[in-house]
Design a protein around this ligand. Structure first.
Ligand code: ROI
Length: 165
C-alpha cells in the first residue's frame, strides 16, 4: 500500500455549462477509491489564457488525500476527463474538462506526461488564487511561498463567482 499524500488538482472548463462540468468532476473524483476530498475552492471565472477566440473559463482547485501514486492519480484523472466527454480540438483551445495535478505532496516530477509542480502554479491567477483560498500557507517546491506568488500575480480578470461546485 502506498502512503497517503496530499495533492492539489486544478480543474477548468469552458464548454457545455462549465459550472456543471466542475460539479460533476468533483462528484466523480471524490467517489474514486483511494481518493478523499479535503477541500474544494470557490469557483472563479477568467478570460481565456491562450487563444482569445473561445469562451471564458470556470476554474477551481480541489485538495485531496490519496494513497494512489502520482502516475496512478494521473491515469485516474485522465479517465475522469474522458468520462466527462472532454473535447479538445487544439492545444490552448476550448475544453469541456481539464484536470491538472498541481502538487503531489512535496514531490517533484519531470516526466514526459507529468510535470509537478505544474507550471501554472507559479504564474496563473486562475490556479494561484483558488489554491491560496484553500491552502494559504503552502510552500511550493522550487517556487517558494504561495502567498508571495499570489502577491506578485495580477488578477488578469479573474473573478470569484460562487462558493463552490
Ligand atoms: N485559460 C483559463 N482562464 N483557464 C484555464 O483553465 C485554461 N486552460 C487552458 C488554457 C487553454 C491554457 N487557457 C485557460 O488549458
Amino acid at each position: 500500500m502506498n502512503i497517503e499524500t496530499i495533492a492539489y488538482l486544478g480543474l477548468g472548463s469552458n464548454l457545455a455549462t462549465p459550472t456543471q462540468q466542475l460539479h460533476a468532476a468533483r462528484v466523480t473524483i471524490f467517489a474514486i477509491h483511494g481518493i478523499e476530498e479535503i477541500a474544494f475552492s470557490s469557483l472563479y471565472r477568467s478570460p481565456p489564457m491562450g487563444s482569445q477566440n473561445q469562451p471564458d473559463y470556470v476554474n477551481a482547485v480541489m485538495a485531496i488525500k490519496t494513497n494512489l501514486s502520482a502516475l496512478e492519480l494521473l491515469a485516474s484523472m485522465q479517465n475522469v476527463e474522458n468520462e466527462h466527454g472532454r473535447i479538445r480540438q487544439e492545444r490552448w483551445g476550448a475544453r469541456t474538462l481539464d484536470i491538472d495535478i498541481l502538487l503531489f505532496g512535496d514531490q517533484i516530477f519531470n516526466l514526459p506526461d507529468l510535470v509537478v509542480p505544474h507550471y501554472g502554479v507559479a504564474e496563473r491567477a486562475f490556479v494561484l488564487y483558488p489554491l491560496a483560498e484553500i491552502a494559504p500557507d503552502l510552500i511550493i517546491p522550487t517556487h517558494g511561498h504561495l502567498s508571495e506568488l499570489v502577491a506578485s500575480c495580477p488578477l488578469n480578470g479573474l473573478e470569484r463567482i460562487s462558493d463552490g461546485a
